[in-house]
Design a binder for this molecule. Structure first.
Ligand SMILES: Cc1cc2nc3c(=O)[nH]c(=O)nc-3n(C[C@H](O)[C@H](O)[C@H](O)COP(=O)(O)OP(=O)(O)OC[C@H]3O[C@@H](n4cnc5c(N)ncnc54)[C@H](O)[C@@H]3O)c2cc1C
Length: 407
C-alpha cells in the first residue's frame, strides 16, 4: 500500500490504464454507445490486465488483495477508463465492486471460491439486484419474497434498473425473508446463477446514456435457491448492504473525474482551433472563464477523492465524506459537460463530437447508487445524529476526543 499520490507506482498504474483505454476502448467508444454494443469483452480484459485478475490464483490471494484495498489505485484506473467510455466502468463496477465485493466480504469460503474468484479473475460477469419497480430510494420497501422451505428458499419478484442483468452469470439478489419483520429487519441476500429454473432477465432497457452498459430487469418465479447461497447473515443483509454501498460511493467520484477530465481536454482542443470573429475562440474571455471553472471543478473533485481515499485507508468512518464526494463530483460532472457542449456550440450538440455522449453518461451519477437527495440526507443525518460530529476530517467520532471542540 502506498501513502503518497506522487509515488512513482501510482503514475505507472495510471499510465498502464491510459494505454489500455487508448488502445482498447477509445477506438470503439462511440460505437459502443450508438450501437449499444456489449462491453464485456473489454471489461473482462480490463479486470484481468488492470485490476490484477490475471495474477489471482486462489481465494487467499484474492482476500489479501481485498485487505490491502487502496481506493486511490482503483480510482486512478477508473479515471482513465472513464475518460474513454464510462459504460465500461459501469460494467466493471457492478461486477466487482457490487457483486464480487459483497461475496468477498460476507461470503463463505465455498462462495468465494465458486463465485468471487471467477468475477475477480475476469472470467464471469456479476450483477447486484437491489432496486425494484416500487422500491428505489426506499430500499426497505422491497417486495421480492423469499419463502423458506427445508434446505432452500423460493424467491419470487422483480428487480429493475440492474446493471449487467441482461448478460450476468452471477446475481446477488436482496429479498424479504421474514415478512413479519418490518423495515430493515428480515432482508436476506442470495446468490443466484443464470440457468436456475424460474430466473429470467430482460433485454437491455433503452437508456439516455451509458448505452454501452446493459441495464435490465430480473424476473424470479419461485427460483429455488439453496440455503448455502445466502450471503452474510440471514435476515440481516440490510446492515451489511450499507458498507457495500459506501464502497460504491467511493468509485463513482472517479468516474465523474474521468468524465470531467475528458470533456475539459476536448473543449480546450476545440477552442484552440475554432475560429470566430477572426480569432480562435479560446482568446475570448467568456470561453476562458468557462475553461478555468471546469478546471476548478476538476481539481476540487480530485481533492475530495484523495481526502476520501486517505480517510478510508486510515480506517475513519467515511459515511458522510463518501456521500459528499458523490454529490459534489456528480453535480460538477454534469455542469462541466454542459459547459463543454456550450464551448463546442452547435457542434457540441452533434454526435460527431463526443461531449454530448459524456453529458448523457454523467447524468446517471446523480441518480445511481443513491440519488443526490438521498446522499444529502445521509450527510445531514450523520451530522445531526453524532454527539460530536467533527467537521475536520482529521477527527471522526471513533477518535472520541475528550469533549472539547475548540469552539
Ligand atoms: C443506469 C442505471 C443503472 C443502475 N444500476 C443499478 C444496479 O446495478 N443495481 C441496483 O440495485 N440498482 C441500480 N440502479 C437503480 C438506482 O440505484 C435507482 O434508480 C436509484 O436508487 C433511485 O431509485 P428510483 O429510480 O426508484 O427513484 P425514486 O426513489 O423513486 O426517486 C425519485 C425522486 O425522488 C427523490 N426522493 C426519493 N426519496 C426521497 C427523500 N426521502 N427525500 C428527498 N427526495 C427523495 C429522489 O432523489 C428522486 O429525485 C440503476 C439505475 C440506473 C438509472
Amino acid at each position: 500500500m502506498m501513502d503518497n499520490l506522487f509515488e512513482e507506482q501510482y503514475r505507472i498504474v495510471a499510465e498502464n490504464a491510459r494505454r489500455f483505454a487508448q488502445k482498447n476502448i477509445k477506438p470503439v467508444a462511440a460505437q459502443l454507445d450508438m450501437e449499444e454494443l456489449k462491453p464485456f469483452d473489454i471489461a473482462k480484459r480490463a479486470v484481468r490486465e488492470l485490476f490484477g485478475g490475471d495474477s489471482i490464483q486462489s481465494v487467499e490471494e484474492l482476500e489479501k488483495i481485498s485487505e490491502d484495498r487502496d481506493i486511490l489505485n482503483a480510482s486512478l484506473i477508473t479515471i482513465e477508463l472513464a475518460k474513454a467510455a464510462p459504460a465500461i466502468v459501469m460494467a466493471i463496477g457492478a461486477s466487482l465492486e457490487l457483486c464480487g465485493a459483497t461475496i468477498l466480504s460476507k461470503g463463505t469460503e465455498e462462495q468465494k471460491a465458486s463465485y468471487a474468484l471467477p468475477l475477480f479473475r475476469g472470467e464471469k460477469v456479476g450483477c447486484f439486484g437491489l432496486t425494484e419497480p416500487e422500491a428505489g430510494s426506499d430500499v426497505m420497501g422491497l417486495k421480492t419474497k423469499a419463502v423458506k422451505s427445508g434446505d432452500h428458499y423460493l424467491l419470487s419478484g422483480t428487480k429493475t434498473f440492474i446493471t449487467n442483468a441482461p448478460d450476468a452469470d452471477i446475481f446477488i439478489v436482496y429479498a424479504r425473508s421474514n415478512p413479519q419483520a418490518q423495515g430493515h429487519k428480515g432482508i436476506t441476500a442470495f446468490i443466484l446463477e443464470r440457468g436456475m429454473p424460474g430466473l429470467e432477465t430482460s433485454k437491455p432497457l433503452n437508456k439516455m446514456g451509458l448505452r454501452g452498459s446493459p441495464t435490465g430487469e430480473i424476473y424470479m418465479d419461485e427460483v429455488k435457491v439453496p440455503l448455502k447461497n445466502i450471503v452474510g447473515t440471514e435476515h440481516r443483509a440490510f446492515y451489511e448492504l450499507m458498507s457495500t454501498l459506501r464502497i460504491e460511493r467511493t468509485t463513482l467520484p472517479s468516474m465523474a473525474i474521468g468524465i470531467m477530465e475528458r470533456v475539459l481536454d476536448d473543449s480546450v482542443k476545440y477552442a484552440k482551433q475554432r475560429v470566430q470573429f477572426g480569432q480562435n475562440i479560446i482568446f475570448f474571455e467568456g470561453i476562458q472563464f468557462k475553461i478555468a471553472r471546469m478546471y476548478l471543478a476538476l481539481q476540487h473533485s480530485y481533492a475530495i477523492l484523495f481526502l476520501l481515499a486517505q480517510m478510508y485507508k486510515a480506517g475513519k468512518d467515511i459515511t458522510a465524506i463518501a456521500s459528499a464526494a458523490k454529490v459534489y463530483t456528480s453535480e460538477e460532472a454534469v455542469r462541466v459537460c454542459l459547459d463543454a457542449i456550450q464551448i463546442h456550440g452547435g457542434y457540441g450538440y452533434m454526435k460527431e463530437y463526443e461531449v454530448e455522449r459524456f453529458m448523457r453518461d454523467a447524468k446517471l451519477l446523480e441518480i445511481g447508487a443513491g440519488t443526490t437527495e438521498v446522499q444529502l440526507l445521509i450527510m445531514a443525518r450523520s451530522i445531526m445524529m453524532e454527539d460530536q460530529f467533527y467537521f475536520n476530517p482529521m477527527f471522526t467520532p471513533e477518535d472520541k476526543l475528550d469533549g472539547s471542540r475548540l469552539i
